[in-house]
Design a protein around this ligand. Structure first.
Ligand code: SF4
Length: 349
């Protein structure tokens, strides 16, 4: 089986080129072809000698993921389903905003967290994604954008899976996406979304990577959160909120709290008041997200009126709060939905 090169740092690539008895500058050339020119065919790497190109082709691949499906939605949203080497499928979404082009990455196939409103969680966890599979998503999405001269300026780890449950590969992928030898995306333009694995939040706070932490909160008390985000039973709010405070302090970034508004479940103004008390002393921002309906899941989006009322209560206590449009709704950009639609037999190619 051929070894995949995307997702490797220059040090790791240098080990490979040394093993092939190549001079050091060949590493730089390969890094340039992969991360700057986005070329995946060794034959097109024209500053490498012909015999080296065929030698590389015999043993290596730049990226071995394939585009299984590509759908374009309104407002410039594009959703990909990529087939991995073992036939599993992951999703990646491109979102265009005024401030740039954002890429939403998956970090696991499926998810073990079991949030009852989520399609990804319904299938359980199949496996973690490796760094080459996380960077492979960037590589294929950026290649698509190269056709229109656009560049991925922002990265959000908000796709399938819980990134902090795949800590090693997730944080090293962000490091490589940030590095000058790689895509060179600023940490300030990266967001990692978590349900709140507090020991890993504390670990991330020590990494010297000032990315934005987005916490899927969805409830202001343990009673409701235990139900909506089951990991809360293990890491309750009394543990999570101090960990977020510490993260904000260490990273110098305000923490973002995501709150998916579900009709009659977590959208009562009284809960907004409770949330205001919970977060009033924190440097944070709250994103209210009208819930994306998921087929087969018994939760509905809150009416816009209820979302606005909820926002007004939070604003009144001085918290920074926005209502985020459910970008990608028209192409099922909620996590796990595309894969569900594809079905297992379509997903394996
Ligand atoms: S909402 Fe996120 S953490 Fe919860 S099951 Fe879905 S993918 Fe996992």
């Amino acid at each position: 089986m051929k070894t995949v090169l995307i997702g490797r740092t220059s040090e790791e690539l240098a080990q490979i080129t040394r093993g092939l008895n190549l001079q050091a500058y060949r590493t730089d050339q390969l890094m340039d072809w992969m991360y700057r020119q986005r070329v995946d065919d060794f034959e097109q790497m024209t500053n490498l000698p012909l015999d080296l190109r065929s030698q590389l082709d015999e043993r290596f691949r730049v990226c071995d993921m394939k585009v299984l499906q590509h759908r374009t939605g309104e407002e410039g949203t594009e959703k990909f389903a990529f087939t991995l080497r073992d036939g599993e499928v992951v999703e990646t979404v491109i979102m265009r905003y005024e401030h740039g082009v954002s890429l939403c990455l998956s970090t696991q196939v499926g998810c073990v967290m079991g949030c009852p409103f989520c399609a990804t969680g319904a299938g359980g966890l199949l496996r973690n994604l490796s760094r080459p599979e996380i960077l492979g998503q960037w590589f294929l999405a950026q290649r698509r954008l190269d056709e229109t001269g656009e560049r991925i300026s922002h990265v959000v780890m908000m796709g399938m899976g819980e990134p902090l449950n795949n800590y090693e590969h997730s944080h090293k992928s962000l490091r490589l996406l940030h590095s000058e030898e790689g895509p060179g995306i600023s940490y300030r333009r990266m967001t990692l979304s978590t349900v709140g694995i507090t020991p890993r939040i504390l670990q991330l706070a020590e990494e010297d990577m000032p990315i934005t932490l987005a916490v899927s909160l969805h409830a202001p008390n343990d009673y409701l959160r235990d139900r909506l985000v089951p990991v809360n039973k293990k890491h309750p709010l009394s543990e999570l909120i101090p960990a977020c405070e510490l993260y904000a302090e260490h990273s110098g970034r305000r923490v973002s709290f995501e709150y998916a508004m579900m009709k009659g479940v977590n959208d009562h103004p009284e809960l907004a008041r409770e949330l205001g008390v919970l977060l009033r002393d924190m440097t944070c921002h709250i994103n209210l997200i009208p819930f994306n309906p998921v087929p087969g899941v018994d939760y509905e989006p809150s009416p816009l009126e209820a979302v606005r009322k909820f926002r007004d209560v939070l604003s009144m206590v001085g918290l920074s709060v926005t209502i985020r449009r459910p970008l990608g709704l028209e192409i099922d950009a909620a996590c796990g939905q595309l894969r569900r639609h594809l079905g297992a037999e379509d997903a394996v190619t």
